[in-house]
Design a protein. Structure first.
Length: 152
């Protein structure tokens, strides 16, 4: 605000300083009008510089919201809730060391919100012909107390 005020006062003082006390001829009037336009242009430039810049090109990506797990068909009780895993999340992958069965991370994340509580010792990273897969080993999860749902 003070920049605009100072710039406007400076422009006005420079505009009216060459004017004499006698009458104005056409040449002096033209100079005054030109000075007023120059003052308006300077004020507009100062006002535009004070605005925040618009984002052009690349912008910072907005983080996705937290994943909300779908509501299970059967209500979760303390007895059956956290220890039963869906059979549909088991995938078998052929690797250089043989066949590996894991609960895939993407399927578990779609089904359960508490996947962060799974045992870290059961996590497996598998390199297959289709690419890199990550999940939890089925046998290790069984040994950790988890059960597999009988329904497909």
């Amino acid at each position: 605000m003070f920049k605009t005020l100072i710039a406007g006062a400076t422009a006005l003082s420079l505009t009216f300083s060459p004017a004499s006390a006698q009458g104005y001829d056409e040449d002096q009037i033209a100079k005054i009008i030109f000075g007023l336009f120059a003052t308006a242009a300077i004020a507009k430039i100062i006002k535009e510089n004070n605005r925040p810049a618009l984002a052009h090109g690349w912008t910072q990506p907005v983080p996705r919201g937290e994943h909300v797990a779908p509501i299970p068909r059967h209500p979760v009780t303390p007895r059956n809730g956290r220890k039963i895993l869906p059979r549909r999340c088991i995938n078998a992958f052929q690797t250089d060391q043989g066949r590996v069965r894991i609960f895939t991370r993407s399927c578990i994340a779609r089904t359960y919100a508490h996947a962060v509580n799974f045992p870290r010792k059961c996590e497996r990273d598998v390199i297959t012909r289709q690419g890199f897969r990550t999940g939890w080993a089925v046998r290790c999860m069984r040994n950790a107390g988890f059960r597999i749902d009988r329904r497909r």
